[in-house]
Design a protein around this ligand. Sequence first.
Ligand code: NI
Length: 187
Amino acid sequence: MLFDINKNFKEFTNYKHSPAHLFLNNAYYIITAHTLKNIRPFYDDERKQILLDSIFMNFINRNDWKMIAYFVADNHYHLLMNSKNNAGKLSKIIADIHRFTAITINKMDNINGRQVWYQYWDTVITSENSFYARFNYIHYNPVKHEYVTKSEDYKFCSYKDYFEKDENEMLFIKKKYPFDKVKVREP
Ligand code: NI
């Protein structure tokens, strides 16, 4: 399998009676954020790249999270990540990404003070099935949102990288862990 994930799920079960929004180090998070209703600020490749770069810069370079899967669209993104030792910084990281990208995009489009982002949601993943179902769900997003007919053709999604590395394993995972019952917030 692609990831050695069992240890982390075991760690999570030790905490299962804790409040729902406790931040868990070395846990897998699915994170979704979308923009204010009816606006599509990241409407071209240049703008999507700014958002994706900011996600990588803030989560990975500045706070050492690990990226598992990502999808970036005109008006939302989904991430599957490991928090490593910086789970408590999640809301600060997101705030930094959203502040920077809003200012940058508004400047490019000459729109003063527009609110770009609406909200974000995070969920800790608690089982291997759930992990891979969400992994598949994120990777179906380029097709789901009608950007392309094959996910490997979409530039702003991690699927193409996995597909290039091991097409057969990706198809195996897709078959083994169906994502049709996965509930992820969508705009
Ligand atoms: Ni989506």
